[in-house]
Design a protein around this ligand. Structure first.
Ligand SMILES: NC(=O)N[C@@H](CC(=O)O)C(=O)O
Ligand SMILES: [Zn+2]
Ligand SMILES: [Zn+2]
Length: 344
């Protein structure tokens, strides 16, 4: 096969950042995705409908001329989020709220410290038909970083899903066979996003032969058997799994640092990298479902009109990109060759 045409895809997990990052990040995603779930972990976090609407406008203003890219906004949950905040958000067109356990990841210190205290809020979300998006890792210091997702399933996720059977929950950026199996076996109210890095890499790519800060993201890459389980999950074509890049830019100096930031900036090559993986799996026929159908179907939104075409053509991801601030950033998979390219 030399070309591949699929219905226009969406990115169901994206960090656009803010201010002078938007002229970089918005075009990168808008080049092939029609919509994206925009994560709210700004500084300060997006905790009200008003903040989300102002952020949405800044994103719309950063679109390239003629672009119809549509940001789907989310609310950052804290232990101070009120029922009224949820109702206001719903009324403003916000589709989901994001649960970060406090301290789990980038800019999450203001997030949820006591998860069970959020249950009345989940109840309102369930009634309002707002989705719950979850960064699924426990944050207790004594729990090993490689076990934090599995512990979250056992301690928290099982109870959320069972207590709120009509709340749609997205288990974001899953990284383990345990999470894939949990999602597959649980009811129809739970689905998961999977990133390109967790399909392409395992923890050897982070640590063998020297530490590779550009492969560091959270949840951290796991052992090869988990990578294989995620690959097997997308290969089934199950509607419970869909595309969420978790593209999360940090300047080069913040990644190549004694305390490097977590996040991979994959937007410029994301759809190509997924095609690369699905080809490897002999499952190119499953890419369209994963990238363009399962997400909107789960969210209860219409599928996109139109198509994109990928061409089988080798190209090399650049080693560096210059941010609008003038600072360099190293894109995910820099210097590596990819077999598919978006047709201009
Ligand atoms: N995935 C990451 O490693 N980082 C994300 C936050 C997140 O999605 O957890 C970021 O905002 O940088
Ligand atoms: Zn996360
Ligand atoms: Zn993320």
């Amino acid at each position: 096969m030399t070309t591949l045409t699929i219905q226009t895809p969406d990115d169901w997990h994206l960090h656009l950042r803010d201010a002078d990052m938007l002229p970089e990040t918005v075009p990168a995603t808008a080049r092939c995705f029609k919509r994206a779930i925009v994560m709210p972990n700004l500084v300060p976090p997006v905790t009200t409908a008003e903040m989300a609407m102002a952020y949405r406008q800044r994103i719309l203003d950063a679109r390239p001329a003629g672009s119809k890219f549509e940001p789907l906004m989310t609310l950052f949950l804290t232990n101070s989020t009120s029922a009224q905040d949820i109702m206001d958000a719903k009324a403003a067109g916000i589709v989901a709220a994001k649960l970060y356990p406090a301290g789990a990841t980038t800019n999450s210190s203001a997030a949820v410290k006591q998860l069970e205290a959020m249950y009345p809020i989940f109840d309102v979300m369930q009634q309002q038909g707002m989705l719950l998006l979850v960064h699924g890792e426990v944050t207790d210091h004594h729990i090993d970083i490689f076990d934090r997702e599995k512990e979250f399933i056992d301690q928290k996720m099982v109870h959320i899903v069972n207590n709120f059977p009509n709340l749609k929950v997205v288990f974001e950026h899953i990284t383990t066979g345990d999470a894939a199996q949990f999602v597959q076996e649980a009811g129809d109210n739970i689905a998961a996003t999977i990133t390109p890095q967790h399909l392409l890499l395992n923890r050897n790519d982070l640590l063998v032969g020297g530490v590779r800060p550009h492969n560091f993201c959270l949840p951290v890459l796991k052992r090869n058997t988990h990578q294989q389980a995620l690959r097997a999950a997308v290969k089934t074509g199950s509607p419970k799994f869909f595309l969420g890049t978790d593209s999360a830019p940090h300047a080069k100096e913040a990644k190549e640092n004694a305390c490097g930031c977590a996040g991979c900036y994959s937007a410029w090559s994301a759809i190509e990298l997924y095609a690369h993986v699905f080809e490897d799996l002999g499952a190119l026929d499953k890419l369209e479902g994963f990238a363009s159908h399962h997400g909107p179907d789960f969210y209860g939104l219409p599928r996109n009109e139109g198509t994109i075409t990928l061409v089988r053509e080798d190209w090399t991801i650049p080693g560096e990109i210059e941010l609008p601030s003038g600072k360099p950033i190293v894109p995910f998979f820099a210097g590596e060759s990819v077999h598919w390219k978006l047709k201009a």
